[in-house]
Design a protein around this ligand. Structure first.
Ligand code: G3P
Ligand code: MG
Length: 236
């Protein structure tokens, strides 16, 4: 999580406003546009970590059905848009090559944390640094497991609402950041999270007026399908 500008622009699913989401093209586009970090969604499938958001392939590819009903070979043969394939985590990290930190969102449970930790451990033993990654999830037990397995890698608690025990969860997980939906953000919550010593990132923010509003409220960064818009705002 090395990127630490005053307002962190995180390319959502690469830069899904500009290229087919979660593809190598979208991730490269997100970086080329100047994102400080790129976010991807990762699922464990037959022992392989693949980069796709939905549990079905219908919305983002030319295929049909549930991801877990298709073989890895069938998934990899699909067109994910503009001739792109569903990439693996390894392919994404090879492409990024440490240019920006990668936020790896664990979409599935049941072994995903373990598989991601094993993959990242291998990279850390080579030449990667923990700050090149931010691992997050809505699945907090899975995130907890990741924290135990690879404590040096920063993690982010993902919330789609505001549970009563959010502060205890963030503390227990020793999360570097809390990633909130724009629907549930307010000034008091932001202040409470920051008083805990954590950063606050908000998803998914595509309108410049919302980016401006959140920045003025003290949010540390946004996930956006249009990193260029947030970067333009910062430059103004
Ligand atoms: O990590 C932020 C955001 O990606 C979480 O929601 O559904 O877009 O993965 P979703
Ligand atoms: Mg995501």
């Amino acid at each position: 999580m090395a990127a630490d500008p005053s307002f962190t622009v995180i390319g959502h699913r690469g830069a899904r406003g500009h290229a087919p989401e979660n593809t190598l093209l979208a991730i490269d586009t997100g970086i080329r546009l100047g994102s400080h970090m790129v976010e991807i969604d990762v699922q464990l499938h037959s022992g392989e970590l693949i980069v796709i958001h939905d549990l079905r392939v219908d919305r983002t590819t030319n295929g049909h059905g549930r991801v877990d009903a298709l073989s890895l070979a069938q998934l990899r043969a699909l067109d994910a848009g503009q001739g792109q394939r569903i990439p693996t985590l390894g392919e994404v990290l090879d492409l990024v090559e440490g240019r920006v930190p990668v936020n790896i969102e664990l979409k599935t449970g049941a072994g995903t944390a373990e598989a991601v930790a094993a993959h990242l451990r291998g990279l850390l033993e080579a030449n990667a640094t923990p700050e090149q990654f931010l691992v997050s999830s809505f699945h907090l037990p899975e995130l907890y497991e990741f924290r135990q397995l690879l404590p040096q890698v920063p993690i982010g608690v993902l919330l789609c609402g505001v549970p009563l025990d959010w502060a205890a969860c963030a503390a227990e997980l020793q999360a570097e950041c809390v990633n909130l939906s724009d629907e549930f953000v307010d000034e008091r919550l932001i202040a409470d999270i920051k008083n805990q010593g954590r950063r606050v990132y908000v998803y998914t923010v595509n309108e410049p007026e919302d980016m401006h509003r959140l920045r003025a409220m003290g949010v540390d960064g946004v996930f956006t399908d249009y990193p260029d818009r947030a970067l333009k705002l910062i430059a103004q």
